[in-house]
Structure formats: structure tokens, C-alpha cells
Design a binder for this molecule. Structure first.
Ligand code: ZN
Length: 55
């Protein structure tokens, strides 16, 4: 009945496939994020942290 398992992992955030990026991280709920989106998220978090810290 055409049940196919996804062999290609795809980033849920930017839609890029694992072959288009360096790495795609798959979460427990099968949501995926690529290294590029992780970088953006990390940047966002660090900026947020900087704002709060104020140094
Ligand atoms: Zn991505």
C-alpha cells in the first residue's frame, strides 16, 4: 500500500536535505534541524544572552 520510509532526512526549518548541508540532527519527535539552522539558533541564543547579560 505504498508505505515508504523516509530515507532522506530533511531540515524542518529550512527544508534542506542532508545532502545539501553538512549535517542534519534528528530529534526524538523526528523533527530535524540542519547544522546551518543550528548555527542561526545558536547565534540567536547568544545574542539574547548578550542582551540579558549586559556585561
Ligand atoms: Zn536547516
Amino acid at each position: 500500500m505504498g508505505i515508504t520510509y523516509e530515507t532522506k532526512i530533511q531540515c524542518d526549518f529550512c527544508g534542506k536535505k542532508d545532502e545539501e548541508v553538512k549535517a542534519v540532527v534528528v530529534g526524538i519527535n523526528k523533527s530535524c534541524i540542519c547544522d546551518q539552522c543550528v548555527e542561526v539558533a545558536a547565534k540567536f541564543l547568544s545574542e539574547d544572552d548578550k542582551e540579558k547579560g549586559g556585561s
